[in-house]
Design a protein around this ligand. Structure first.
Ligand code: HEC
Length: 110
């Protein structure tokens, strides 16, 4: 019984976290994405994950919570989710693949 209650508590906590993330969604501005693209991707921070993990994590979270001007939400979730996951896993090769500029721009940039 205790175990069930504990599981329920964890589940509720998880849902609360997801909701907080959702609420943050609307606050990600175009200016923030511009920063991600210019100070992050264009400056090639993604090519040195070990040195830039902190800022890349922040940028990836912004990206994941952003609503792109074009393309479907499912595709965006998959692409940005892969970036978040690669950073988390310290997977430099995976991050390089996940930050394919053209693939994402073709699908989601105006
Ligand atoms: C996960 C998707 C994604 C990836 C990966 C990505 N971009 Fe972008 N990029 C976008 C979107 C979406 C926009 C348009 C944002 C908007 O208009 O709100 C954009 C816009 C830009 C802009 C224009 C910013 C501005 O508004 O002035 C530049 C520059 C840019 N990206 C560079 C890059 C480079 C370089 C890479 C690869 C190293 C890259 N991006 C990878 C999604 C991505």
């Amino acid at each position: 019984m205790k175990r069930i209650i504990f599981t329920l508590m964890v589940a509720c906590f998880g849902m609360a976290m997801v909701q907080t993330a959702d609420a943050a969604d609307k606050k990600i501005t175009h200016e923030q994405i511009e920063e991600v693209m210019k100070k992050g991707f264009k400056a090639k921070l993604q090519n040195d994950l070990a040195s830039n993990k902190e800022v890349l994590t922040k940028y990836a979270n912004w990206l994941a919570a952003y609503k792109p001007p074009r393309g479907d939400a499912e595709s965006w979730k998959k692409k940005t989710g892969a970036i978040v996951a690669a950073i988390k896993a310290n997977d430099q090769a995976g991050l390089k693949k996940a930050t394919n500029c053209k693939a994402c721009h073709n699908a989601h940039k105006e």
